[in-house]
Unconditional design. Structure first.
Lengths: 707, 193
């Protein structure tokens, strides 16, 4: 999120695509509806499904799943064609506009209507709303990211905001709603396979930086790996790890995976779940660390599972990061119940038994404060340097002194600081950065230019040369250089460089331009590519997917070879998944709450009345849903106009059933969740993003029949 | 004297059921007893609206009028309560109530909490304030603690308002004025058939 939840109160237009915040982020609606009511901001909701959020929209756009980039590029093109783009912003702070414009020109209202199903008049109306209501915010969630072109979708959203000049201003920004805290925190410390904490990557310099922070020898770390190659090799991802076990797609690792640890992670949120289950039954060891015996535990039919009961968030403490990049201290409310242990204790027990406690705890004498301190010492890239436990606690303890509109404290012990010290919080005295890329404030007071991440100049394929630094005259107030400047050498590993930059009123990472043309991506400018399993075979030739990627996070990942035009004949319906407000994630916690289970006791599929009648299915009937990959689930039909005549919607929170069979008997006695059901992800399709490998759960195909 | 009322702002309610769960958790209600519920109309269609409904604490409450044993009474501040020591669970109030507020717990005495149960506006009941008996039969008494009812306190979008009707009316009036009609005074309004 470049801005904050609260800052949406200043928006004059709210554009939400691939987000059902009314169910997934209900509290955010407080700010969204405030802007709608007080500012008269139009609320534009783009979604294949008429969601509870769409019910609050002033303009609802029903879009075919998997065509977001086409729609967004269509908006961009229409805005430019009508001369509504922010020319001064583009001239001074944007790169690659001309190259992007040429690509966008393809997406005329007629072409967009053909691809997305959105009437061309509606596209024009939405574009005009965006152009005439500035600043506007663009909000998205997993409806945008979980596609094989998810990375293009997200970039198209960003380009839309650049073209409108909505970046770096209050009420604008690209605002991606993350899950409950600590989802953003987990991302920031990179609980991912391709990077060290704080987005440092896996290069030698990155390892050396963190080894210095941890106080351990890099050679020792290297020695823990299979070979030198693996020190720098991206690992498996959450979406595809099970291929490392079952190897239906070829893997590029010296050994298959033998053990897996689920630490607060729901396996039923991963696509093609029936394949993941195969892996669970093949592994030597499955460890589940969770307050609840999860669906994962019930699914294992081999005697290979260990359950380590951990505490809930109320029985432990530490810092967490919100969607708006704000830190908050979460205090312990009660002592751990029964035999559960805190995550810190469980980690400590492991570390001791593995025999490297001396190295692991070199800088950590007091948990969790010293852990927070270590993160602050190492995470220079995103400026967590100022996130000391004392400061975070001070903010939490004095939250009432902060203004709900600006997030800034007026008086009191945190005077002038922004709530939760939104990162980057460069130093121990920095107030936090409430809005990213805002050049109206000095850097020391929470301002920031665009990062000069990709050098100072670039030559495009047509020979055009362009500076990648901001135009002369454009910089934060108080900057020693009034115009673009490159990054300060060494800022990512030396806090003194950061201090020096701030002393000169400048951003450590330079003052660059935001790129519309990313030469390091397979599609430098986002273009539409038909979903792998497309309901429109006639469009595949014109908008094909990528070639297969043989080593994509250690596993062969099919693109072109998986895009079969004839598939839709057998699997004629589009399958999408999403959330319901009563349950969260894999549902281990919420389905074990009797009141939430009472409100949402059963798994179901949303079916349009026409589809239901065509298949002889009546409200409440059981039906089978089958995926091209051989997954099938038996669920009740909910007949509703939320979905259109070609789409089936499934909530993904359920577990405890598997392809028609109950696994309730596999839970420990008296710990069976109140609400059980088929995991939707048994029928979600093959398909992964070309860059991130996120699963494409919002663009599959399926077929249904009465059970 | 304040007149206690609920008001659900349907432009704000997003049917998140937070009010329902807050009520149940806070008063430890048995499953099946819904002091409050969220109703959605026109689900999935343009014009979809939702509203959170509980006992409306009517000024001229039909349940009081029909109760054959005089178990239901109204406090000075308008909150309608039931005396579970007197209630016989006949269901006359259920017939008379336009909102389906009275609830009839099932099962045995353990956890059943008397014959009829309904929203107390978080004001406990006739048993001594903050007593164990009050908590067991009626739930929390937040009004006596100077707090708003749990449902309104929990509401994620501030749609559900609860308290002195004069104050609630002010808040709602301000919101409505700020919103406007959404349509400028023009052809469509001036010459609408």
């Amino acid at each position: 999120m470049t801005n904050s939840m609260n800052d949406i109160r200043h928006s004059r237009c709210i554009f939400m695509i691939g987000s059902n915040a009314a169910e997934a982020h209900p509290v955010s609606l407080q700010h969204i509806l405030y802007a709608k009511e007080v500012n008269g901001a139009p609320l534009i909701v783009v979604d294949p499904r008429f969601t509870k959020l769409a019910a609050k929209a002033t303009e609802y756009v029903r879009i075919r799943p998997g065509t977001d980039t086409a729609f967004l590029m269509g908006l961009i093109n229409y805005i430019i064609e009508n001369d509504w783009h922010d020319k001064e912003f583009i001239r001074t702070r944007v790169a690659g506009f001309e190259e992007m414009r040429k690509v966008a020109a393809h997406y005329t209202p007629e072409v967009v209507e053909e691809i997305t199903g959105v009437p061309k008049d509606q596209l024009a109306r939405v574009a005009k709303l965006l152009a005439t209501h500035r600043p506007g915010t663009v909000i998205w969630c997993m409806g945008i990211t979980q596609h094989h072109i998810g990375s293009s979708n997200t970039r198209a959203c960003c380009i839309l905001q650049l073209v409108l000049g909505n970046m770096g201003v209050s009420g604008g920004g690209t605002n991606i709603f993350r899950g409950h805290d600590n989802v953003q925190g987990a991302t920031d410390v990179c609980v991912l396979s391709h990077s060290l904490p704080a987005y440092y990557g896996l290069k030698e310099g990155s390892w050396k930086h963190w080894c210095k922070v941890w106080g351990v020898d890099f050679e020792w770390i290297k020695g823990r790996f299979h070979s030198k190659e693996y020190v720098h090799k991206k690992g498996f991802t959450l979406a595809r790890w099970y291929e490392g076990v079952i190897q239906e797609d070829k893997i590029t690792q010296y050994t298959p995976i033998r053990a897996v640890v689920f630490w607060g992670c729901a396996s039923n949120s991963q696509s093609q779940y029936h394949k993941l289950k195969k892996a669970l039954d093949k592994l030597d060891l499955v460890v589940i660390i969770d307050p609840f015996p999860t669906t994962t535990a019930a699914m294992c039919e081999k005697d290979n599972v260990y359950l380590l009961p951990s505490t809930s968030q109320y029985e432990t403490e530490g810092s967490v990061t919100s969607s708006s990049r704000q830190a908050q201290w979460r205090y312990k409310v009660v002592d751990p119940l029964y035999e559960s242990k805190t995550d810190y204790e469980i980690m400590e027990e492991f570390v001791k038994r593995f025999g490297f406690a001396d190295k692991f705890y070199k800088n950590i004498k007091k948990v969790p404060e010293d852990v927070t301190r270590e993160i602050a010492r190492g995470a220079l890239t995103i400026g967590l340097c100022g996130w000391l436990p004392e400061r975070i606690k001070k903010h939490t303890d004095n939250w009432h002194t902060f203004d709900v509109d600006t997030l800034q404290a007026k008086g009191g012990p945190c005077d002038g600081e922004y709530y939760g010290l939104p990162w980057p919080c460069w130093t121990e005295t920095h107030p936090g950065t409430p809005i990213l890329y805002d050049i109206s404030k000095p850097v020391t007071k929470g301002g920031l230019p665009f990062r000069a991440r990709f050098g100072t100049e670039y030559t495009y394929p047509d020979g055009r040369k362009e500076s990648l630094l901001a135009a002369p005259g454009v910089a934060n107030p108080g900057s020693e250089v009034m115009g673009g400047y490159p990054e300060f050498p060494g800022w990512k590993t030396d806090i003194n460089v950061i201090r020096e930059a701030l002393k000169r009123g400048m951003a450590p990472f330079g003052n660059g331009r935001a790129r519309c043309y990313c030469w390091n991506f397979p599609d430098p400018v986002p273009v539409h590519r038909e979903p792998l399993h497309s309901p429109r075979p006639d469009l595949i030739k014109k908008y094909p997917t990528y070639p297969d990627k043989p080593d994509h996070y250690r596993v062969y990942t099919r693109f072109a070879s998986e895009q079969k035009p004839e598939l839709v004949k057998e699997f004629p319906l589009i399958l999408i998944t999403g959330r319901m407000v009563e349950h969260m994630g894999g549902g281990a916690e919420t389905r074990s709450n009797k009141y939430l289970a009472e409100l949402a006791p059963e798994m179901y599929a949303e079916v349009n009345v026409k589809v239901a009648n065509d298949h002889g299915i009546r409200e409440g009937d059981y039906m089978w849903i089958e995926s091209p990959e051989g997954g099938r689930i038996k669920v009740k039909a909910k007949i509703t106009d939320r979905v259109d005549e070609r789409t089936i919607f499934l909530p993904f929170h359920f577990g405890g059933y598997f392809m028609g069979k109950s696994f309730a008997g596999n839970y420990p006695e008296e710990l069976v969740p109140y609400a059980l059901g088929e995991p939707a992800n048994i029928v979600t399709n093959y398909g992964y993003d070309i860059i991130t490998q996120i699963q494409g759960t919002k663009e599959g195909l399926c077929r249904i029949k009465k059970a | 004297m304040a007149r206690m009322k609920f008001l659900c702002d349907i432009e704000r309610c997003i049917a998140c059921n937070g009010c329902v769960v807050a009520c149940k958790e806070g008063h430890q209600l048995p499953v099946g007893v819904n002091r409050r519920r969220v109703v959605i109309i026109n689900e999935g269609k343009p014009g979809e609206r939702s509203i959170s409904i509980a006992c409306m604490h009517c000024s001229d409450a039909p349940c009081i009028a029909v109760c054959p044993v005089g178990a239901i009474y109204q406090r000075e501040d308008g909150i309608v309560l039931v005396n579970k020591d007197i209630c016989i669970g006949c269901g006359y109030c259920f017939m008379a109530c336009p909102f389906g507020a009275p609830q009839f717990p099932r099962g045995n005495a353990f956890g059943a909490r008397g014959a009829m149960d309904k929203c107390t506006f978080c004001a406990g009941g006739p048993a001594p304030t903050f007593s164990e008996k009050e908590r067991r039969l009626y739930g929390q008494n937040r009004i006596a603690e100077g707090k708003v009812p749990l449902c309104a306190g929990m509401c994620s979008t501030k749609a559900l308002l609860a308290g002195d009707s004069a104050v609630i009316a002010d808040i709602f009036r301000e919101r409505v004025a700020r919103r406007g009609s959404g349509i400028a005074w023009g052809w469509s309004k001036a010459y609408k058939e």
